[in-house]
Design a protein around this ligand. Sequence first.
Ligand code: ZN
Length: 485
Amino acid sequence: MSYLVFARKWRPQSFEEVLSQDHVTVTLRNAIETGRIGHAYLMTGPRGVGKTTTARILAKSLNCENGPTPTPCQVCDSCRQIAAGNHMDVLEIDGASNRGIDQIRDLREKARYATVSGKYKIYIIDEVHMLTKEAFNALLKILEEPPDSVVFIFATTQPRKVPDTILSRCQRFDFRRISVNDMSGYLKREAAKEEIKLDSTALSLVCRSSGGSMRDALSLMDQLVNFSGTEIRGEEVVKLLGIVETELLAVITSNILAGKTAKAIDSVSAALARGYGVDELIDALTVFLRNFLLIVSGASGSLEDVPDSEIELLRSMAPNVPDVAVLNILRIISGAAIQVKRSTLPRVILETAIMTASKLSCVFPISDLPAVAVTIAQNEAEVDPSSGESAVSDNTFAEKMEHVSETGISDNERNESVEQTSGTKSPEEDSEVITQDPGECEYEDKGKSEGERESEEENAISKNGIDEEKEKETSRKIFGLFDAV
Ligand SMILES: [Zn+2]
């Protein structure tokens, strides 16, 4: 038996199986049931969301031997021929390669002939926006006086390029991106049928990287099965797609927030040394910061596409971080993302942005890296000697890590202690952290012993929030600094 790619093998065959497009399929089923069948339909929406699949199901519904029916039998000759793409009365035309007037004239001639099956003659024109102006005019002539048994189904990703005269003669259906929930449920079911094991991280990464396009998700599944066989784990998806690991982004962000400029730059170098491109890294960092901002500002309802493990990590970083700090970093990094695409020296742009961000955000204390980020930082030091002054080489950091591993304090326990000790910090201590001059904000430079600094940093995370007046003052400072850049 010949090999079938998943996009073909797992293609929905009935309206019920089409994902995330109930607004389309319910309307079409009702129309078929009540016999109100139009002459022209326009299916619009992003690629890979089921436009041509739905067009084929509609064709089956109309030409099934039991049809027109909203539930085609799938077994009659007609249904099987349409599924296989060789039904005499159902013609699929690629608008991109048949865009001229001659092809449409030819189509117009043939549309006049009676059907072979005695039911409907159905033209499915994909990428219809690619037709030339003359071809559209020829098409318009058929649409103005369509033969009774002819149905046109147009599909396009760019409805704005379709002339209004055509649009006004079509019933239009706008397809949506497939939701992560629908997609992951579907992939899980179909994969299980093929005895393919997908762990939850892999599943979530496949869904997210497909951007709501089932075709993209299924192509990726093909690649993954070729890459790692029938057991697909998150790490393999990361490797195959070159996704920047969340933990790396957490290390960079934490260092920026703590105002540790040198460490922040080192963590960027370490990420680049792993083979990520500057643009990949900066895009990933932008998305990560966006998610972090949502968590910090309490608007986590918009995080439905983000895997639980990442949300957990972001939450562990969030205590004591004001949203204005994250907002400023995000503004700097997303500004750099635009510059990077135009620059011949993208790395310099990235490093400058990281430095600027860490100078500006350092008035807010973040005293510890999340536990998961620690593992990455340690691995980094082991595998990448070139990173030199890496985060781990710093004594304070290394000591802190030892402390963490010795005491075995988990994130949860630490958070509990945060609550217990909240409000223990004196105003004088606060003033050490909140400082006006960005050049002075590294608390390492305060001439304190390492022990003192460490305990101060411990205290910083123990602070359960800056009091209101202080917060306002800090915001003013931050905005002042930001404007000065
Ligand atoms: Zn049938």
